[in-house]
Ligand binder design. Sequence first.
Ligand code: ARG
Length: 560
Amino acid sequence: MNYREYIANRIKAEGVSAKEIEEAIAVPPNTDMGDYALPCFKFAKVMRKPPVVIANELAAGIAPDGVIAEVTAVNGYLNFKIDKAGLAKSTLAQIEDEGDFYGASRKGAGKTVCIDYSSVNIAKPFHIGHLSTTVLGSALYKIYTFLGYNVVGINHLGDYGTQFGKLICAYKHWGDKATIEAGGIHAINNLYVRFNNEATEEMEAEAREYFRLIESGDKEANEIFEWFKSLTLAYVNKIYRRLGVKFDSYNGERFYSDKMQPVIEELEEKGLLKESEGAKIVDLEEYGMPPCLILRSDGASLYATRDLAAAYYRKDTYDFYKCLYVVAYQQNLHFKQIFKVLELLGKDWAKDMVHVAYGMVSLEDGAMSTRKGKVVWLEDVIEKCVEKAYTVINDKNPALENKRDIAEKVGIGSVIFGALYNNKIKDIVFSYDKVLSFEGETGVYCQYTCARANSVLQKAGEERFTLPENLSVEPQEYEVVKTLAAFPEAVCDAAEKYEPSIIARYAVDLAQKFNKFYFDCKILTAEPAAKGFRLQLTKAVLQTLTNALSLLGIGVPEKM
Ligand code: ARG
């Protein structure tokens, strides 16, 4: 239940909407006076009364019910005490009833959200820099789906550009089929690096010719290109499978090769296209931005041109309610330009385009080097986390069954959680020891808390589900209950702010509150009335934590 909303709906204040009241309701740092407080100062102007009078009048109008236990007016504040037992009972019943769907809703029914994420570059390394876009996009995919939206996950492949001419040229000179088949993307990348280091003027010219051949539909050039593409996709798909990431469309830049003309014509018709040194641009000086390049002087299209065509295509095909681009903040300007150009074209849906920008990830042991050929492959980071997880688990609990499966869940969870825990715009320094700590604010800590809850429930066996008539709720229990009740709000908040970290932080908060309760209150040895309640609480925490983690793409082992 959303308590703010509930309380707001119980208050009738003339000239103030329930929404405004809901937004003004706060959780006081000290809950002695109440669990929620409404400052009435904000309404003095519209209601033409002093806050103290408003608070007194409003308090008189609200009778306690099964949710609100007490309302008091103090110095212009309305203080609400929640019926703790009532809240506990209704929350536990709801979680029991909704199970895996606790926190879900139909809020987004009938609306489509496109999410452009991961967007790998064909024949280029899939490196640690792709971690955030991949796991952020995937979490948003799951969150929006949970809220009833129809979601289209799009991998906007980087499969267009002169570098493919270079690659084919390098392959023709130095490559052979067997080495590429055996080495896959690494072998292709080696060719590319070698070209950049060793190519002669002549080879550069040849590369341009190969690129032209791909574009003009030459059979051989296209076959080689498609081969490189399929090797890249086979490689990244293995990683996606491990991370639980999926896509509905792999329409990349090349897909738009034949879809740019209508956009260019419309720009022309609407008088937006200008010549500048032979190139065609949209002048954005008025908006404080450099021009958006549409066609180069040799007639070639650009990244931006293809993104404009992609935006048109997505609107036509999916009629999206929102179209998100989960792309690093380095591309802030690019998206500002694209959105502005769409606006100038008169597309009212330009306002529904959102650049979900995020910060850089570097490794603690030496920042990611961009020097030719020196990159940290994401696969290696994942592998290392899973290996380290195995060592940790094996040390802690050598007798555990299925240690490999558990290590996979823990290792993958640590990578994902490590990338999602901080506000997305922050730069992250990835540390293996930190993300795999059982004590820190980590995925492992949350998973371990689930294992703890599981073990309590298993020991209790069948005898759990009776709640006493007169339920008394201890402070530690109440903290858990309130946090449980706040989960649906956290999910909505994460979607609205495009911020999966809200759910990651929620999970840590719930785990911490549960652990405090676990250490302070006996569960299995409590007297019967308290025991029934505490077991139900434990079960509800396990369910809610599992739901939260699964929205991030993290699995929960039964034992650890
Ligand atoms: N492939 C691009 C890169 O690695 C990201 C593409 C993002 N999506 C888009 N529609 N521009 O920088």
